[in-house]
Ligand binder design. Structure first.
Ligand code: ATP
Length: 435
């Protein structure tokens, strides 16, 4: 079981991971701002995804496409006609709900009355705005509801310029926007969020193999970054659940405090998107394989993950409370690759000599890792703060350091302390931390 929901929401606010957006104006529902620690954590999640999907592979390249694209993109992809959820309104309390997410489709979860819902209507989730100074129907544009279409419309540009041969992938990380009917559960479902998506183009006959490979690779990514296996599951979509474009889908689900819910979907999207864009644009998006002398429209395997949602899951999953010498210690046991701060450098007291030496130690480490220097409060309180934000190592400068040139390095998980010469601290940490 993951950590308690309220514990993580409180920790997020108290320590500066995530704030309610526009808080000084009373807050904007379902919008969140990432604070100093949350920004680092989110960035680390995205960097780890990019590293595994792009940098460690020779068959995947990245792009960064525009959030606002030609409306024809959304016509072709089917988003304009069918990217919608069934909306019902309660006649008794006027609350609105997404019908397919209700436990009881006949009972309003807000007021508890039964039989009060209006007939469901399909509500399109795309945010609309106008491009340019005139607000006419011709100027309507949409904020992208997924990053994937920006990849499909650049398929030929990327293939040609990066000289890619099938099978190959195009990855993208970026913001997406959905006017969700019922946002909620903190950053799990928001109207503005970040996605990490990759489209892997394959020969149609190769699609089932590539699909299996990506399902496993994606599950392993979460496990490799320390997510508890008992909180992670793969779930195959039933035929009646499949999106109109998909031949096969697996979700990577996390055991959230409210139950299993999706972190990522891995789909065999067939040739649906490339064909749709070929038809609408008139451009040739086929691939010619000179080895087999064959021309075909590639199939696409898509691992589509949420960066903000995954960040939340890592927070929940890494939180522990332990009894240490009669006191409760709260720890974020984050993998060091994800930890927002890698090393805290702490003088035992605010005495100028100690603070000077602390600055010298910090200067050696800064630039190699995200570090924090903290001089306030008792050393015990500072250790507790670093444990609670997941800092893997604390380096403490004490009075002996001034004489023997050594500092104490404390390990977050074992709480073991090693005495290390100041000029060796960098090497000591380099053996234990990612570069
Ligand atoms: P749902 O059915 O829960 O609305 P979905 O299946 O439509 O979601 P996808 O279109 O597959 O979601 O999006 C891929 C990933 O993007 C999701 O697995 C999730 O991690 C993330 N995501 C989608 N919608 C949101 C949202 N509103 N807030 C945060 N993350 C989201």
């Amino acid at each position: 079981m993951a950590a308690d929901f309220d514990t993580i929401v409180n920790l997020s606010k108290r320590r500066g991971f995530v704030f309610q957006s526009s808080e000084i104006y009373g807050g904007l529902r379902s919008a969140y701002d990432y604070g100093p620690l949350g920004t680092e954590l989110l960035r680390n999640v995205k960097d780890q995804w990019w590293r595994s999907m792009v940098q460690l592979r020779d068959d995947v390249v990245g792009i960064d496409s525009a959030i606002i694209q030609a409306p024809a993109v959304w016509e072709a992809s089917g988003h304009l006609s069918s990217f919608s959820d069934p909306l019902v309104e309660c006649r008794s309390c006027n609350s609105r709900h997404r019908l397919d997410k209700l436990d009881d489709p006949d009972r309003c979860p807000t007021c508890g009355n039964a039989g009060t819902f209006t007939e469901p209507r399909e509500f399109n989730l795309m945010f609309k705005t106008h491009m340019g100074p005139v607000e006419t129907d011709e100027n309507v544009v949409y904020l992208r509801p997924e990053t994937a279409q920006g990849i499909f419309i650049n398929f030929e540009n990327v293939r040609r310029t990066a000289r890619m041969k099938i099978p190959f992938g195009i990855a993208q990380i970026g913001k997406s926007f959905r006017n969700e009917i019922t946002p909620g559960q903190f950053v799990f479902r928001t109207r503005e969020f970040e996605q990490m998506e990759m489209e892997y183009f394959v020969h149609p006959d190769d699609a089932p193999r590539a699909f299996q490979e990506w399902v496993e690779a994606r599950r392993d990514w979460y496990l490799d970054l320390g997510m508890s296996p008992e909180n992670l599951q793969l779930r195959k979509h039933e035929p009646d659940e499949l999106a109109h474009y998909a031949a096969e889908v697996y979700d990577v689900d996390y055991r959230f405090p409210w139950g299993w819910d999706e972190l990522e979907g891995i789909a065999n999207r067939t040739d649906f998107d490339l064909k749709a864009h070929m038809e609408r644009s008139g451009e040739d998006l086929t691939f010619f394989d000179p080895e087999t002398d064959q021309r075909f429209v590639p199939y696409v395997i898509e691992p589509a993950a949420g960066a903000t949602r995954t960040t939340f899951a890592f927070l929940l999953d890494s939180y522990r409370e332990e009894e240490v010498r009669g006191e409760t210690r709260a720890v974020l046991a984050l993998d060091p690759r994800l930890a927002p701060v890698k090393v805290a450098v702490l003088p035992l007291s605010k005495k100028p000599d100690l603070v000077d030496t602390t600055e010298k130690v910090a200067a050696q480490l800064r630039g190699r890792w995200q570090i924090e220097v903290d001089v306030t409060q008792s050393i015990g309180k500072r250790y507790r703060r670093q444990d609670e934000i997941g800092t893997p190592y604390c380096v403490t400068v004490d009075f002996d350091s001034l004489d023997d040139g050594q500092v104490t390095v404390r390990d977050r998980d074992t709480m073991n302390q090693d005495r290390i010469a100041i000029d060796r601290v960098g090497d000591y940490l380099a053996d234990r931390l990612p570069g």
